[in-house]
Design a protein around this ligand. Structure first.
Ligand code: SIN
Length: 331
């Protein structure tokens, strides 16, 4: 095994805050700063550093209104525009994730990296727990770099270079069809066509490799037959979603979690029904598409845009377009 647990490495020290790792794999609580404040750039730089080190960072007791949540997110990039999840009025870049006795099980109960069905998915997500259950409703993150590093060298070599299709169809298609009919499903897929990503991606800032396929959103491995693809994906999920590669966060009101979708996946735990749970999330758009060669990918410029409509961001290279196949789909 070539990955390191927290106890096997020297923990970094930071000048502007203290850290407390929450598991041996990933995740750290940050203490000593108020993210609602207009933080000086060196503090933001250190937070980015902590995020690269721990992949998900947590803050406690951070009362945030929409403007402060947004101001904090903007220090890390450009937020995503409106999507299917409801938004508070006047804030198209905030996702209001409310669960109550009327909610069905939501998208957050299967592991995923946010928005991987987009050509340009979210780089970071910043989730604020507003009204959280007294017990239950924790969130789990999985370290997809450690999961990759724990595979044998021949398996890594086989996976490197494969590509996958990510689609909303995988988990939401049937539900939309049953509830709203074929036209609604057609409209959803027209607005959110499947996209193709590498199965193994390289982090553009750390150069580390990770598995970029999730049980929520990855349909298939393009180069393999349907049976091969399904069995290999199931193996990768069983391998990756293991407690050794995970951390679990117990929410309180005004807890905040910020994570790097380029190397982690997460899922909420649906054990609080019928209690109320209200969170708001801001997705920060990546300016590069997921890649095995990030140094060769072009970078998009978003300027001062208040938000970016990621459904309008496509890559027109034909080899990356939906429908491109290099393998058989025969079962
Ligand atoms: C999310 O996937 O955005 C939320 C995770 C959760 O509900 O815990």
């Amino acid at each position: 095994m070539t990955y390191e647990f927290v106890s096997q490495r020297d923990l970094p020290t930071f000048q502007h805050f203290s850290i407390r790792p929450v598991s041996g794999a990933l995740g750290a609580e940050i203490h000593g700063i108020e993210i609602a404040e207009d933080l000086p750039q060196p503090v933001i730089d250190e937070l980015r550093q902590a995020l690269l080190e721990f992949k998900v960072i947590f803050f406690r007791d951070q009362p945030l209104d929409n403007d402060r949540h947004l101001a904090f997110a903007r220090r890390f990039g450009t937020p995503q525009g409106p999507g299917a999840i409801p938004q508070p009025e006047g804030y198209p870049m905030i996702r209001r994730q409310q669960y109550d006795q009327f909610s069905k099980i939501g998208s957050d109960v299967n592991f995923h990296a946010d928005d991987s069905f987009r050509t340009y998915p979210s780089k970071f997500s910043i989730l604020h727990g507003i009204d959280m259950p007294g017990a239950g409703g924790d969130t789990i993150w999985a370290d997809m770099e450690k999961a990759y590093a724990a595979l044998s060298a021949p398996m890594q070599a086989f996976l490197d270079g494969l590509t996958t299709e990510h689609s909303l169809m995988k988990s939401f298609g049937m539900g939309i069809l049953r509830q709203y009919g074929v036209q609604a499903l057609g409209n959803m897929m027209k607005r959110n066509p499947p996209t193709i990503h590498p199965l193994i991606r390289v982090h553009p800032e750390t150069g580390r490799k990770s598995i970029y396929a999730s049980e929520l959103l990855t349909d298939r491995i393009i180069e393999l037959s349907a049976k091969e693809s399904e069995n290999l994906l199931q193996f990768l999920y069983r391998h990756s979603y293991s407690p050794e590669f995970e951390c679990r966060f117990r929410w309180e009101n005004n807890s905040v979690a910020m994570w790097d979708n380029r190397c982690t996946q997460h899922r909420g735990i649906n054990d609080f029904f019928p209690a109320f749970r209200l969170m708001q999330r801001i997705p920060v758009v990546d300016d590069q598409r997921p890649s095995f060669h990030p140094e060769q990918e072009k970078r998009l410029e978003f300027g001062d845009a208040p938000y970016v409509n990621t459904e309008e961001l496509f890559d027109t290279r034909p080899e990356l377009a939906y429908g491109h196949t290099t393998g058989t789909t025969a079962g």
